[in-house]
Design a protein around this ligand. Structure first.
Ligand code: DX5
Ligand code: ZN
Length: 216
């Protein structure tokens, strides 16, 4: 499978959100990554439902919602009703991860689990067959524009080994510090969805930045 690009609107210009979403519509972006932070699970608050509504109103591409929140079960239905195509919860925020994953699937959404940099891939051994997507955090969640953690390559290797023959259609997403400098190596290591915030939105030609990530 060719890798997908999911620009993160966390790095967009919120005063010109419609403009930026329309740029993504015209670009080679595959999904639009939507980062929800609650100020509890992560030390930052991003945005909530009104901004999601505004993105959804203009977006012509699937919304890839990344929940960096405690107790995500409380909000799954609302995210699905508001147009999320995929919902990713954090392993570290879910006491009953299997139940949460089933709930996401029952809502008709792609189900994902995100792992913080310190969380071993092996913790997914008993649930790997049930997942549509695993998101490997390549920075500590909470902020855009951070430095890529190179242990991510080892985790991609571990995840490829864990999912081989058990879930060969798994989306393997990498999030944080992704740009021209590491896209090739990440894809070679097995990533098939790349999230990019600052490397896209701080570029002078944003569509070109996406095109370059898509065709490294
Ligand atoms: C970080 C978020 C990321 C962030 C990536 O907690 O999950 O999706 O927007 O931003 P960059 O690409 O700038 O590291
Ligand atoms: Zn994210």
């Amino acid at each position: 499978m060719n890798h997908l690009i999911a620009p993160s609107i966390l790095a967009a210009d919120f005063g010109n959100l419609q403009r930026d979403v329309e740029m993504l519509n015209r670009s080679e972006a595959d999904w639009i990554h939507v980062d929800i932070m609650d100020g509890v699970f992560v030390p930052n608050i991003s945005y909530g439902f009104p901004v999601l509504d505004a993105v959804k109103k203009h977006a012509k591409k699937p919304l890839d919602v990344h929940l960096m929140i405690v107790d995500p079960d409380r909000y799954l239905k609302e995210f699905s009703e508001k147009g999320a195509d995929g919902i990713t919860v954090h392993f570290e925020a879910c006491t009953h991860l299997h139940r949460t994953i089933q709930a996401i699937k029952e809502l008709g959404c792609r189900s994902g689990v995100a792992l913080n940099p310190h969380t071993p891939v092996a913790f997914l051994d008993d649930i790997i067959e049930d997942l549509d997507l695993v998101l490997i955090m390549s920075v500590n969640p909470g902020f855009g524009g951070q430095k890529f953690i190179s242990n991510t390559y080892k985790k991609l290797h571990d995840l490829k080994a864990l999912s081989k023959g058990r879930n060969d259609n798994l989306f393997i997403e990498v999030d944080g510090g992704v740009g021209d400098q590491n896209v090739k190596e990440l894809v070679t290591a097995g990533a098939n969805v790349l999230v990019a915030g600052n490397s896209v939105f701080s570029a002078s030609d944003q569509s070109l930045a996406i095109k370059n990530l898509k065709n490294p």
